[in-house]
Design a protein around this ligand. Sequence first.
Ligand SMILES: Cc1cc2nc3c(=O)[nH]c(=O)nc-3n(C[C@H](O)[C@H](O)[C@H](O)COP(=O)(O)OP(=O)(O)OC[C@H]3O[C@@H](n4cnc5c(N)ncnc54)[C@H](O)[C@@H]3O)c2cc1C
Length: 317
Amino acid sequence: MSIKATQLHIEHHAPIPTWFHIGGKAAKLAKPESEEELIACLEVDDEFKVLGDGANLLVDDSGVGGLVVSLQTDGFRKVLIDETAGLVTVNAGVALPSLINRCVKQGLGGLEVLAGIPATVGGAVIMNAGGAFGAMSDVVKMVSAIDRAGRVHTFERSQIDFGYRQSHLNHLIVIEVMFELTPSDPGEIKESLNRCMAYKTNSQPMSQKSAGCVFKNPVLTQAIGSIGEAGERVGERIGAGLLIDRAGCKGMRVGGAMVSDVHANFITTTKDAKARDVIALIAQVQTSVLDRFGVKLDRELVIWSDEPGQEPIGGQR
Ligand SMILES: Cc1cc2nc3c(=O)[nH]c(=O)nc-3n(C[C@H](O)[C@H](O)[C@H](O)COP(=O)(O)OP(=O)(O)OC[C@H]3O[C@@H](n4cnc5c(N)ncnc54)[C@H](O)[C@@H]3O)c2cc1C
């Protein structure tokens, strides 16, 4: 049964929840409960923005003029587990941390290396979220997504061009993901999860308001003698946090935004911070690292802004 745009419940001037806890509102916000409702959202605004858990997102202070669509609804939080085959099929709105816990309890290994990453499954696939121990692309078997004309496409893992913190699927709306996990001993998977969590809590400001790493780790194009061994590995990625730290940016502030003194690739915010503080601080950090090391840092953080000068990067909407 097709649903008309007029049947959708649209909130006006609605807050957009993000992990920074700052930023403007959405002129319109929809929370579809079904694929039909999601497709009807395209009639309202076929360029709508998809909100996951807002864990990699900064919304400009002036907000978003068009439609924002959140898939964190019961209709997009279904989970189907085939324990014997290790196949887990979930909707895009499922929270990654709760899915990881469920898979650990059911003795399915592979996702636990992503412990401590706040995300919906859709957002984690789009960003190819990951870290020191692995990435989403290691365990994804299939992705279903709709295009801006409302057509559903299903991609096998081999058809998806996953890269470092990207999936090249940004033009689509991810609706369902199938993971291929490995049946293993729940105790061992839990130990692996604990190791990953310990690594994160020891090296990142997990209790503060942030959006994780702001910049992608750049590929070193020429040796940087002054930063030791890491600066010698030309052609490899080097920690953006190391460069930001060595450029003297730790603790740098603009208004209520600060470069974390725990992990220099994190910007943390106070409740009085403005999105513009974060945007200005990002520019200051980029300038410092460029001036000091000649390295251009690209954003991993997605910024939603209707203002000129904050164009999306890497096809991100
Ligand atoms: C404390 C903290 C720690 C973090 N640690 C890590 C880490 O270790 N590794 C890591 O990779 N990231 C990390 N992050 C960043 C963040 O968790 C990831 O980028 C995550 O994948 C964001 O998912 P999300 O659902 O919150 O997406 P959002 O932030 O809501 O959106 C991010 C982008 O994905 C798009 N999107 C979301 N859902 C969909 C969908 N269904 N279809 C199409 N597009 C969609 C949005 O439009 C946007 O462009 C961290 C963040 C925080 C706050």
